[in-house]
Design a protein around this ligand. Structure first.
Ligand SMILES: *Cc1c(COP(=O)(O)O)cnc(C)c1O
Length: 422
């Protein structure tokens, strides 16, 4: 029972309910409880079964029981890369595999064509320059993506075949845009250009379709802490026979990352101690991905990504934040970059999301610092985790006074419900 005062005028007035008084602790002094919602595009959430798998006692990396786990895990990585070729693995994050690809394939003065996508394509190019390689860039607008007619023209103009390789980032984690790799292969074919195709698939492997052999990728670079849902610390490269032939002719200095040295070892990788714990985890990661089925994994990523985009599109009303990517056919299904309204700082918003609500978002990289924030939606993620994150971003925008059209989460709810009914 409760009393509701009836206004004589019949006007609608707030009901006279005695509300329980809210405690007045300031948000800044809250001690976080419950799980942190981790919406970074890498590292990503580690499933409990992988956490348990990596918590393994030390073993001799030549122990036959471990070798079985190792061989099984490496075979799994090949299936996920969709390759029959060799895979070399490294103790080191994705940057180590970038470096391995460069030093194993090239000689000082070799020229590479880098397809500009954003922060990560630029970083890989800078690394190549550190090794004395020459860089030609296919320049592109970070919000719209590379133009393949321009790529074909560049390759066609290179009649002397000075370009030894194309470096392409399949999923530009800084901008939330995919580079359609079959188009890159098609440009090489159309111009009959012999350049190697090197692909960074670090933030797309295990989240978005990737087919190393079908797409004619010569070197595929992957890492442990994104779609594979493992701790950071291991990376790898698939290498085609054409890549191995280039390796044989390459003269850049290399030792710890040298494929020739690695091929002499039982593990065909790793000079020195093998990070055994990560292989127990990798075996479980492959098991999880294949139990769900890679096509289902990709469909789940596509669904959650679309829910995020519908929410952001709704927020963009009232001069609110917008999708950074302006090419709908290239939206990334593993990360969405959201551009802040003019005069509002993405990092201030992220601080509120983290400190007040315990939700960790990705920040803007390089020139996008403060201008965008990023919602990672890859790896071990489901609908409630995405809805919780979106609802919290909306709450944080209210706290921060960021203009937006309220109710974006409803657009995501509707989309996810429709997707579940169909
Ligand atoms: C994360 C990432 C890298 C860098 O990998 P690290 O593991 O941080 O060294 C490179 N490229 C892309 C596309 C990435 O998302």
């Amino acid at each position: 029972m409760f009393d509701r005062a009836i206004q004589p005028s019949g006007a609608c007035a707030p009901p006279a309910i005695a509300l329980k008084k809210e405690p007045t602790m300031s948000a800044a002094t809250r001690i976080p409880r419950g799980r942190q919602f981790f919406a970074n595009p890498g590292p990503t959430n580690i499933p409990d079964s992988i956490l348990k798998a990596v918590a393994h006692v030390s073993v001799d990396f030549n122990d036959p029981a471990f070798l079985k786990v190792y061989d099984d895990a490496v075979a799994g990585v090949k299936r996920i890369l969709r390759t029959q070729h060799d895979v070399f693995l490294y103790t080191g994050s994705g940057h180590a595999a970038w470096e391995a690809a460069l030093v194993n394939l090239f000689s000082a003065g070799d020229e590479l064509l880098v397809i500009e996508t954003g922060y990560f394509s630029e970083s890989w190019a800078k690394m190549a320059q550190d090794f004395g390689l020459k860089i030609r860039t296919l320049a592109a607008d970070w919000r719209r993506g590379a133009d393949f007619a321009a790529l074909r023209a560049m390759l066609a103009a290179d009649t002397g075949h000075a370009i030894k390789a194309i470096c392409a980032v399949q999923n530009e984690t800084a901008t939330g845009m995919e580079l359609p790799l079959p188009e890159v292969r098609a440009a090489l074919q159309a111009t009959n250009h012999p350049a190697l195709l090197l692909v960074d698939t670090i933030s797309s492997l295990g989240s978005m379709e990737f087919r190393m052999d079908d797409w004619g990728v010569d070197v595929a670079v992957g890492g442990s802490q994104k779609g594979l849902m493992l701790p950071t610390g291991m990376s790898f490269t698939g290498a085609s026979p054409k890549a191995l032939a280039a390796h044989a002719a390459s003269t850049l200095p290399k030792s710890y990352l040298n494929w020739t040295h690695m091929l002499t070892r039982r593990h065909k990788s790793f000079i020195g101690t093998v990070p055994t714990s990560l292989f127990y985890g990798l075996q479980e990661s492959v098991r999880l991905l294949e139990e769900e089925g890679l096509d289902q994994v990709f469909a789940r990523h596509a669904r959650l990504a679309e829910a995020v985009r519908r929410c952001v599109r709704h927020w963009s009303g009232n001069n609110g934040p917008q999708l950074f990517c302006l090419s709908p056919d290239r939206y990334s299904n593993s990360v969405t970059a959201v551009m802040m309204p003019e005069g509002h700082d993405g990092d201030a918003l992220r601080r509120i999301a983290l400190q007040v609500f315990n939700v960790s978002l990705g920040g803007g990289l390089g020139p996008l610092g403060g201008k965008v924030f990023r919602i990672g939606h890859l790896g071990d993620l489901n609908e409630p985790m995405i809805l919780g994150t979106l609802a919290t971003v909306e709450a944080a925008m209210r706290v921060a006074g960021v203009p937006h059209a309220p109710g974006g989460v409803n657009a995501a709810v509707e989309y996810l419900a429709d997707a579940a009914r169909s």
